[in-house]
Design a binder for this molecule. Structure first.
Ligand SMILES: Cc1cc2nc3c(=O)[nH]c(=O)nc-3n(C[C@H](O)[C@H](O)[C@H](O)COP(=O)(O)OP(=O)(O)OC[C@H]3O[C@@H](n4cnc5c(N)ncnc54)[C@H](O)[C@@H]3O)c2cc1C
Length: 581
């Protein structure tokens, strides 16, 4: 048996660990059972396990497969929350941003400069300038530079791609960005490294309730179909846009209602927008970001109510046009469809009063709510990616009241994520590593930004099998060794886990992973125990997913786009119907 602890102090997640973890899940008594492996659930598991609690985390699909791989990827205070006068949220978020940059995840979170072009003479500069001054003040002592006022000429030097007639001057300020899916996975691995039992493809299908107390949950292994029951003193629901289902399972009225709001992003190559800085553009309802992200710009987002399937939301032609139209307002060379490399879409879990049918999701709260609707059940929803750690603290504080022991205060402010330790030294050793493993320096450099101090663990197998040092077919920015590592250490169980979340091949290559899928499937098939038939099924399912996504993105409305997107086979067919509320 290979449990998390036996799989190594580094929190490796893999098929052998998963088997052992299932046995432990259904036999042990847990203090906390976390439901949901997005950033909130992974953060809650880390908070709980580092307070000395016995913790299991189950995720029905893949880590970060819900909203947490589909965000704008910013650790930020949120300039527009300043406008909503939500200073507490902004201060808290800026503190978290800086904590990630300096201490908890310096390998995964990087500073990003943003240019705010001004359109209106006279009033706009003092208004935005006062806002950014307040932003800096709320950040306090920060590792990021403070904001600066720029003339139009100074702004054009930083962003020659801007059309000079589209703005009168600009301000420069800083925030930070991450690869959200990798950050969430590393968070879950860190929890596993401290002893949490982490299982993906494990769906909670019901709650065990005795004498009006929740005492555990029924689970189904989505891979094998086996079922079991988990005994836990507190079940903690971190299920994002699926929160109402957990309340329904408990038979209690929802203490809050979660409204889904759709947000779409496009990826375009870096050379299509000549700029050394990101952009933030005001739109009629919100803001649009142009964020430097590896070899691409991430451009988005939209914010529209979503009442259709929560499982695989679809982007429409209208969403794409909205983004292109807004960014093209300021660009000298407009972006066209031909520039779009990738498209992704996510659902924000926004808190609304239980009886709200507000149509404008831009006005709903970005703050989080922790509820304790019945003994033994705590749920948390809302919030922002940036504030996941604070959400986790509040959630475990609430859960602690149901535990028959004194629970220490949270220590996650002092718990760096896996890969953070040794990161800066590893950066300095890039050339030595490139020589030792005989891989290009730029490959090592990119990998240090994904694995931090763990990069040698990823490269080690290339010494025995030099083909692993080769680039992934169709995706030269990744090595085959990363695919292997995705399975042996990062919990990938399906092809789309590797192509969409461990790497971003599904959005950062023009073929969206179609050219990479067969070779990657062939590499990982023996590691995942796939038969030749299963290997072919994985490839076919992936190709169909890409084809359906492309088709849906040509359609005008949510309902037709969604019906086309949902025709793609699901690599993890769930046991329960999460659409039927
Ligand atoms: C377009 C967009 C842009 C955004 N940009 C930013 C940004 O730049 N910065 C920022 O701070 N925030 C941003 N956010 C918000 C942020 O992404 C979310 O608040 C955050 O990711 C929510 O994480 P979560 O863990 O609560 O939900 P999720 O990531 O959705 O996780 C919930 C998980 O629960 C699992 N689950 C559900 N039911 C069950 C069950 N029965 N059994 C087991 N598992 C279950 C799901 O499979 C899912 O993986 C953005 C959101 C969107 C949509």
């Amino acid at each position: 048996m290979n449990t998390n602890r036996e799989a190594g102090a580094r929190g490796a997640l893999n098929p052998a660990q998963r088997n052992g973890a299932w046995d432990a899940l259904v036999t042990d008594q847990w203090d906390i059972l976390v439901v949901g492996g997005g950033v909130t659930g992974a953060g809650v598991a880390l908070d709980a396990v580092t307070r000395g609690l016995k913790v299991a985390l189950v995720e029905s699909r893949d880590l970060a497969s819900g909203t947490s791989s589909r965000s704008s990827k910013l650790f930020h205070g949120g300039l527009r929350y300043l406008e909503m006068l939500d200073f507490g949220l902004v201060r808290e978020a800026l503190h978290e941003r800086d904590l990630m940059l300096e201490k908890l995840a310096p390998h995964l979170v990087t500073p990003v400069p943003f240019l705010y072009p001004l359109k209106h003479r006279v009033w706009e500069r003092p208004y935005v300038g006062a806002g950014l001054l307040l932003y800096d003040v709320l950040a306090g002592r920060s590792p990021l530079p403070r904001h600066r006022h720029l003339t139009r000429q100074q702004a054009l030097r930083r962003a020659p791609a801007l059309r000079s007639s589209a703005f009168t001057g600009a301000l420069q300020y800083y925030d930070a960005a991450t690869d959200d899916a990798r950050h969430t996975m590393m968070l879950a691995r860190t929890a596993a490294a401290y002893g949490a039992c982490v299982l993906t493809s494990t769906e909670v299908t019901g709650l065990v309730i005795e004498d009006a107390h929740v005492v555990g949950a029924h689970v189904c292994d989505v891979e094998s179909g086996r079922i079991g029951s988990v005994r836990a003193r507190v079940v903690v629901g971190c299920t994002g846009v699926w929160s109402d289902f957990l309340h329904e399972m408990a038979g209690v009225p929802s203490p809050y209602h979660v409204r889904a709001s759709k947000g779409v992003h496009l990826l375009v190559p870096r050379d299509r927008i000549e700029s050394s800085t990101g952009l933030i553009l005001r739109t009629e309802k919100s803001v649009l970001f142009v964020i430097p992200w590896g070899e691409h710009w991430v451009v988005g987002t939209t914010d529209t109510p979503w009442d259709l399937s929560l499982e695989h939301p679809a982007a429409t032609r209208a969403d794409i046009d909205y983004i292109l139209d807004h960014v093209n307002e300021v660009l000298l060379q407009p972006l066209t469809d031909d520039d779009i490399v990738g498209v992704y879409v996510g659902l924000r879990p926004l808190l609304a009063p239980a009886n709200s049918d507000a149509q404008l999701t831009t006005t709903l709260s970005r703050e989080h709510q922790v509820a304790h609707p019945v003994p033994g059940l705590v749920t948390v929803a809302g919030g922002k990616y940036t504030t996941y750690r604070v959400m986790a603290v509040d959630t475990i504080d609430a859960a602690a009241t149901d535990l028959p022991l004194v629970v220490p205060v949270s220590v996650t402010e002092d718990v760096p994520l896996l890969g953070a330790t040794g990161y800066r030294a590893t950066r300095n050793r890039e050339a030595a590593l490139a020589a030792r493993f005989d891989v290009p320096l730029e490959a090592v450099s990119r990998m240090v930004g994904r694995y931090g101090g763990l990069v040698e663990e990823v490269l080690q197998p290339t010494l025995a099998d030099t083909t692993l040092a080769e680039a992934v077919p169709g995706a030269p920015q990744y090595l085959m060794a990363e695919m292997r590592y995705g399975v042996t250490h990062e919990g990938a169980l399906h092809l789309d886990d590797l192509l969409a979340r461990r790497t971003r091949i599904s959005v950062d290559t023009p073929h969206r992973g179609v050219e990479s899928a067969p070779a990657v499937a062939a590499l990982v098939a023996p590691l995942l125990g796939w038969s030749a038939e299963q290997e072919q099924e994985e490839v076919t399912a992936y190709l169909q997913r890409v084809e359906r996504e492309r088709a849906s993105q040509a359609l005008p409305t949510d309902d037709v786009a969604q019906s086309v997107r949902s025709q793609a086979p699901d690599s993890r067919p769930l046991a329960t119907d999460r659409e039927a509320l």
